[in-house]
Design a protein around this ligand. Structure first.
Ligand code: ADP
Ligand code: ZN
Length: 615
């Protein structure tokens, strides 16, 4: 019998993992999910980005007889996945609108002839009568619905076609269905289950942690200089994303980075479609490209070796922040995420919410979401902990891999902090709630300033009460008061105004937590940038790093020959493993992480040459 033969040939899940993908161990819930699905069960799988969702359906599709049908919303993603699978020797294909009619027909033939282990399809294609009929005639191993949160209107990526996927359960009641996503709160989860008929399915929920990401948040003093310092931690072949709020800032930042010698490209909705695709393609295809983008960039970018994500402006919510930063380090290698923010972000984002067309309830939700993000930005606690708790996880007190854990900060002690807050609020009140943060700070430190004298504010009781602190530290107090909602900024004039909750502070009824402002580093000219331990340099030794770069070059050549992105050929993690282990024979090479049988055959000799030449 063909079927049992196939089953024997494929072996166990672990054997497939090793032989096809070149990995030694399953991660997280992978083994359990695969077991359940191979056994015919349906499942709901929540795993963070980079957690390894794909193997959860790819391996069962290979182990069960018939074709595994994968529903994926994004064409670029599909193409990459299929290219990567083919590199590993898996019989995979896709059907979407990018194919010529003849090409699509060929795929359909292969499908009917039982030649495919995996078929990737766009939802609307799957639901077309034609493909449904074809699938009715072949054996289907499973349906995998990737990015399953797209079924939900509450999610951020609602796609109406997804809601019709419920018919799969009706048409194919005996075929296991897997819904997979990286982001799903309770409500979205409920929608997925209801919509896809997964009431009886097993649930596998992993935490949201991305342990290989190092989180940094910094106060914006001189954005460009700070960005340069951050970028200085990476090598010229490291790719990353820089997010900005406005298109203009994207264009300017990209141009400026190019002047500084970086391969930086802009990406936003205002660019011509062809330019956008070209920039995206270069990001995927070449090494070391930095994309400067508005949030329009990223959906469906599955590039695993993004080494950093920088935010020059605050995103709108923790969800957006988590998703955007999540694009770094999918391959599990150390990666850095960094954000610079200041009072103007708070003012700008609040203004955008207030001025939007949204209804009252919607605005209330958006304001709350922004508050959470501001809380994250201002915290002295472990960033990871704040982030994960927001998503319902309960991690350790300290992660050891965020700025606050690495350089612990402590809050200003009480009652001092509350007294500082009172002084600032009182100064805002005494000067008539008509001025911005800079002016208030000047009054507090008792600056000799013509405007202050003209206004007679050198005579108010708060003039000079804060002269023991710097102007910057008072600006910090004001910013934190605004972040926490104890002050607001008038949208039109930018003046600070007291709020409902300011009163309780003035009366001493609440304690205000304040963190000290970080000292501004004055860097001597010509001082070397910090490339030290904090960086994401992947290898310790210089010789290993050099070999890694050589391997990267060789990979780029192979990728160009086949017109696929480099990471489809071999992952960075595999190059790292190669540079460390320096295998001397094909057998040794076969044991390296990420080298399966097919890749060994295709690239073994070439890799050994490069390693051999490194001596
Ligand atoms: P997700 O879809 O959950 O974001 P992927 O399925 O793309 O994640 O996997 C992320 C990366 O981790 C990929 O590079 C993949 O090859 C790798 N990976 C997945 N499972 C394993 C494993 N068990 N061992 C080693 N690497 C793995
Ligand atoms: Zn931490």
């Amino acid at each position: 019998m063909r079927e049992t033969e196939l089953a024997n040939e494929s072996g166990t899940a672990l054997e497939v993992l090793e032989r096809v993908f070149g990995y030694a161990l399953f991660r997280g819930h992978q083994a359990e999910v695969i077991d359940a699905v191979v056994g015919g069960a349906s499942a709901l799988v929540l795993m963070p980005t980079g957690g390894g969702k794909s193997l959860c359906y790819q391996i069962p599709a290979m182990l069960r007889s018939g074709v595994g049908v994968v529903v994926s919303p994004l064409i670029a993603l599909m193409q990459d996945q299929v290219a990567a699978l083919r590199q590993a020797g898996v019989k995979a294909a896709y059907l979407n609108s990018s194919l010529e009619w003849g090409e699509a027909l060929e795929v359909e033939h292969d499908l009917v002839d039982g030649k495919l282990d995996l078929l990737y399809v766009a939802p609307e294609r799957l639901l077309s009568g034609r493909l449904m009929d074809l699938l009715g005639r072949v054996r289907v191993a499973l349906f995998a619905i990737d990015e399953a949160h797209c079924v939900s209107q509450w999610g951020h990526d609602f796609r109406p076609e997804y809601q019709q996927l419920g018919v799969l359960g009706e048409r194919f009641p005996d075929v296991p269905r897997l819904a997979l996503t990286a982001t799903a709160d309770e409500r979205t989860r409920g929608d997925i289950v209801a919509c896809l008929g997964l009431e009886g399915a097993q649930r596998f929920v992993s935490g949201f942690d991305r342990p290989n990401l190092r989180y940094h948040v910094t106060l914006r003093t001189s954005a460009r200089q700070q960005l340069l310092e951050f970028l200085g931690r990476f090598g010229r072949n490291d790719a990353g994303i820089v997010y900005c709020l406005s298109r203009r800032k994207v264009d300017e930042t990209a141009a400026w980075l190019r002047e500084k010698g970086y391969r930086a490209l802009a990406y936003h909705a205002g660019l011509d479609g062809a330019v956008r695709s070209e920039h995206q393609a270069r990001f995927l295809r070449d090494e070391g490209v930095i994309i400067v983008a508005t949030i329009a960039f990223g959906m469906g970018i599955d590039k695993p070796n993004v080494r950093f994500v920088a935010h020059l402006d605050l995103p709108k919510s923790m969800e957006a922040y988590y998703q955007e930063t999540g694009r770094a380090g999918r391959d599990g290698l150390p990666s850095e995420v960094w954000m610079a923010y200041g009072l103007s972000d708070v003012v700008q984002l609040r203004g955008m919410i207030d001025g939007s067309e949204a209804g009252l309830e919607q605005k209330r939700i958006e304001r709350q979401k922004l508050e959470s993000l501001l809380g994250y930005a201002e915290t002295v606690a472990c960033r990871r902990r704040v982030l994960l708790r927001y998503f319902g996880d309960d991690p350790e007190e300290r992660c050891g891999n965020c700025d606050n854990c690495l350089n612990p900060q402590t809050l200003i002690e009480q009652p001092e902090a509350t007294e500082l807050a009172q002084k600032a609020l009182s100064c805002v009140y005494r000067t008539g709630q008509r001025y911005g943060a800079g002016y208030i700070a000047d009054v507090l430190v008792g600056a000799k300033d013509e405007r202050i004298e003209r206004n007679g504010h050198d005579a108010v009781s708060t003039y000079g009460v804060g002269k023991d602190r710097s102007k910057a530290s008072w600006m910090g107090v004001v910013r934190q008061l605004v972040s926490g909602g104890w002050l607001t900024v008038d949208g039109e004039y930018g003046s600070l105004v007291l709020t409902e909750s300011s009163r309780a502070v003035m009366r001493g009824e609440v304690e205000i937590p304040l963190r000290p402002e970080p000292e501004r580093k004055k860097r001597a000219r010509g001082e070397r940038r910090d490339r030290g331990g904090a960086g994401a340099k992947v290898l310790e030794g210089d010789k290993d790093q050099a070999l890694f770069e050589r391997l990267r070059e060789a990979r780029l050549v192979l990728a160009r020959e086949q017109a696929v992105p480099p990471y489809v050929i071999l992952h960075d993690a595999t190059l790292v493993a190669l540079a460390k282990a320096r295998p001397g024979s094909l057998t040794e090479l076969g044991h390296v992480h990420g080298i399966g049988a097919t890749k060994l055959e295709r690239y073994g000799e070439r890799l050994l040459e490069v390693i051999g030449a490194a001596g």
